[in-house]
Design a binder for this molecule. Structure first.
Ligand code: SAM
Length: 283
């Protein structure tokens, strides 16, 4: 019998992957956690029936959430990841020898444990000596963090429902601003603009961040297993413009081998389709 993983992208659209094995299924205090194995996408992790990472396309999301801010400010030394339990964001950050501290705050320990057991391609750097893991709510963690204690905050969260909801609130973004250094950068995953229900959330998050940070921009990537495949990220900073201040030379001198990110796509990713620009500009 064929086994298919099917996820509802909207009430009227579904996405399916033929799977070979259902490797793990569990229920934590916060969500249901599943891992499947498939021919096309390798192993993949889902939370509450929504795709988080696949072995085949995780590099796109993790490259774009990490290297865009790092190539804008090569002096980032103290990084905070909120969510990100699969470990992919920490893995990419750990490639920078200039980073001294990587704190990761994941609300659900089960996600980290399961990723360590089944998705090693992402979790492989969680034991780096610079990494500190905290199992708590990112909203509370940041509320209790000292002013200007991080140079980079990456919100690698689930969607704005369930445990992820507070990570899309004005209070949370205000705390991010307070906790970031004067040349600090905030990056968050920002949903798809293509389907209306997700786009509404993206627009709301963007309005909130723009009311707090002087520099805000939206950039995009093609992520085949996320709804519609067209995904957005938010970039916010007190000082740096990601295009004008892109430090091509410094980043290229590091010789990091990346599979999606490069210095050209850094700029190209900020060139948005007209319908997305219109959406962001409308009141
Ligand atoms: N790449 C993924 C995506 O965009 O679909 C995100 C992956 S990562 C697994 C998201 C993580 O955020 C989950 O493990 C979830 O438990 C965590 N998370 C959700 N709400 C959180 C909160 N309030 N504080 C800390 N972590 C949270």
């Amino acid at each position: 019998m064929e086994l298919w993983y099917t996820e509802e992208w909207t009430d009227n659209v579904r996405f399916s992957i033929k799977t070979d094995r259902h490797l793990f299924s569990g229920k934590s205090e916060f969500q249901t956690v599943d891992v499947f194995e498939s021919k096309e996408y390798g192993r993949f992790l889902t939370l509450d029936g929504l795709m988080m990472v696949t072995e085949k396309d995780e590099f796109i999301y993790h490259d774009m959430i990490v290297h865009v801010p790092m190539a804008t400010n090569p002096n980032i030394k103290r990084a905070l990841v909120i969510g990100g339990g699969d470990g992919g964001t920490v893995r990419e950050l750990s490639r920078y020898s200039t980073i001294e501290k990587i704190d990761m705050v994941e609300i659900d320990k089960m996600v980290v444990d399961v990723s360590r057991d089944y998705i090693d391609i992402c979790a492989c750097k969680l034991d780096d000596s610079r990494v500190n893991l905290y199992y708590e709510d990112g909203v509370a963690f940041i509320k209790n963090s000292k002013d200007k204690s991080y140079d980079l905050i990456i919100v690698d969260s689930t969607d704005p429902v369930g445990p992820g909801e507070g990570l899309f609130s004005v209070d949370f973004y205000n705390d991010c601003y307070r906790v970031l250094s004067d040349d600090g950068i905030l990056v968050n995953q920002n949903e798809t603009p293509y389907f209306e229900s997700y786009a509404r959330e993206m627009k709301r998050a963007n309005n909130k961040i723009s009311s707090i940070f002087p520099i805000t921009k939206v950039y995009q990537a093609h992520i085949p297993t996320y709804p519609s495949g067209h995904w957005l990220f938010g970039f916010a900073s007190k000082k740096f413009d990601p295009i004008k201040d892109q430090n091509r030379e410094a980043w290229e001198s590091l010789n990091l081998k990346t599979k999606y990110y490069n210095s050209d796509i850094h700029v190209g990713a900020f060139m948005l389709p007209q319908y997305v620009k219109d959406m962001l500009n409308e009141d």
